[in-house]
Design a protein around this ligand. Sequence first.
Ligand code: UTP
Length: 474
Amino acid sequence: MDVADLRREFAEAGQEHVFRFWEELDGAGRECLRGQLEAVDLDELRSLVETLVLSEPSAAEDLSAVEPPTFTALPGHGGDEQGWREARAAGEEALRAGRVAAFTVAGGQGTRLGFDGPKGTFPLTPVRRASLFQVFAEKILSARETYGTELPWWIMTSPANHAATVAFFEENGFFGLGSGDVHFFPQGMLPAVDPDGKLLLESPSSLALSPDGHGGSLRALLRSGATAAMAERGIDTISYFQVDNPLENTMDPAFLGFHLLGGSEMSSKMVAKTDPEEKVGIFVRQGDHLRVLEYSDLPEEWMRLRDPDGSLRFRAANIAIHVLDRAFVERMGAKGGDLPVHRAVKRIGVVDEEGRTVTPEEPNGIKFEMFVFDALPRARNPLLLETSRAENFSPVKNAEGRDSPRTAREDLLRQYTRWLRAAGTGVPLGAEGLPTVNFEISPLRGFDEHAFLARPANHHLPSPAEGTVYDGES
Ligand code: UTP
């Protein structure tokens, strides 16, 4: 578009200030800014500013008719063992038939972890310090071997970490997966604004942009051509997970099976919330819909309500593991995502009058993002499955303390210990159920406990010593 036209459009929208350094920019700077401005949907921006920035903060969430949801319980918690066996068999059949893709959302900024690089490249495991990406890659390799399937993997990056993510896979030979079976695409970005709804400039030649949230994955899957490529390969089922959870199995046969047998368009895993204060979203039923209430939207008194058996009434915690029907993603994506946009007040680096980027001490702007769980109320037959926290969830969010690399390593060690003991190998235990030695089991030996125990070579392994790695060799 002609710069004069662009300038007029932005002026009409009350955003002409984004051109304030234009005269000083060189050719490359102008190209950069112009490209970003052309990508801004001014109508969408106007409506976001009106509803999320300039209006009074909307009254509290509508909590009418909200109740705890129904869910399929684990066999140990009253779930039907036969139903679980049938689901696992159905999921395995879909895997063998090549109907499943793994999908990781890895476009986040990882601000809390503060690691210099894409979060998936963080060196995590207890001995090898294998990265999160390597952990998932090895699980996929193990599942491939088990099911004789290709199980291709799509990874959503952001423009900020795309090149570094792809380079990491190239440097590591795609961890043996084959470059044709790992696909990357960047998610969309949304501009940040100040409290008056004015676009923020990060530098003279760049808007302050941030990724449009994991909910942006639905439209990005479609726009990038990922869903079309899946369709071409006969894939109709997408196993969705986050880059920061090393206990995620990349796909779970029983979960896939429940999803497929239930004719569901979107299914989610839940674990029981441990304490009322745990900062997780909660699944609820509202009328006919399954939805997630963010931690901050659950009223204090509801947080502490208990059922007669003593368990928390609103305990169904969202651990961000979903199965999505490909056609559902296509339908949602075609509507531009069709998910509500949320606001987050943040500290945002902005340009000062001299053209330098300065990040203030206090929040100065508003970012916009979408959440993938907001798609649940739009899905046919959404299904909620209980799962074991110990086997499925230990996120790496913070540099220290709760949900940090240290807690994730400890949870991995507890998992290795359970698996070895189940396979007949003794592991000396110390405090808090942790082994007295630091060791590691490569996911190549089994992507989950079932797969680990199904391999004869994993039975009666020697007890671990300090630094033992049970690698992929059988
Ligand atoms: P989080 O909400 O934990 O955000 O993302 P984050 O960006 O990783 O970390 P903080 O909040 O800045 O500390 C949960 C998952 O969703 C992905 C992340 O990469 C992570 O796997 N995500 C988040 C995206 O892919 N895109 C986004 O825009 C946001």
